[in-house]
Write a protein that binds this ligand. Structure first.
Ligand code: MG
Length: 164
């Protein structure tokens, strides 16, 4: 009997620059800096997309949405996440759960976690309980600590619910 469960992991980094909007977990967080990117730079969603694609052996986000394609210029990453969920479901998979860690020095995002969970679960058409979000600083060291960038890790479990 084959196993119907598969795991996936994703990692993403974006550079921070003054005066750009900061999109994290599908919401805009008020801050003096935002992510430099071809899309809206939502590093949390990008890591999540890569974890989902990895779990279903569907390559990665850059394969499906190339950053030299004008169609994806400044695109809302929630649209990419929606497309990734479509790809996943087309292959017969459903999300079991996702566990995501955001690594940034500033601002504190504890107060935004619930809104991010709401937003992501609505986009993915799953329950809020399936999306765990955590945040940590890097204790002032490295590129995150110097506030030069923000990083995210995502782990997901998916289950084959149809097809062979
Ligand atoms: Mg990215």
């Amino acid at each position: 009997m084959g196993c119907n469960f598969r795991i996936g992991n994703g990692y993403d980094v974006h550079r921070l620059a003054e005066g750009l909007p900061l999109w994290l977990g599908g919401i805009e967080v008020a801050h003096s800096k935002g992510c430099v990117a071809h899309s809206d730079g939502d590093v949390l969603i990008h890591a999540l997309c890569d974890a989902l694609l990895g779990a279903a052996n569907l390559r990665d986000i850059g394969h499906h949405f190339p950053d030299n394609d004008a169609a994806y210029k400044n695109i809302d990453s929630k649209i990419l996440l929606q497309k990734v969920m479509d790809l996943l479901r087309k292959k017969g998979y459903e999300l079991v759960n996702a566990d995501i860690t955001l690594i940034l020095q500033r601002p504190k995002i504890q107060s935004f976690i619930e809104k991010m969970q709401q937003r992501l679960s609505a986009v993915m058409q799953v329950s809020q309980e399936q999306i765990s979000l955590k945040a940590t600083t890097s204790e002032g060291i490295g590129f995150v600590g110097r506030e030069e960038g923000v990083a995210a890790y995502a782990t997901v479990l998916v289950e084959k619910v149809k097809g062979s």
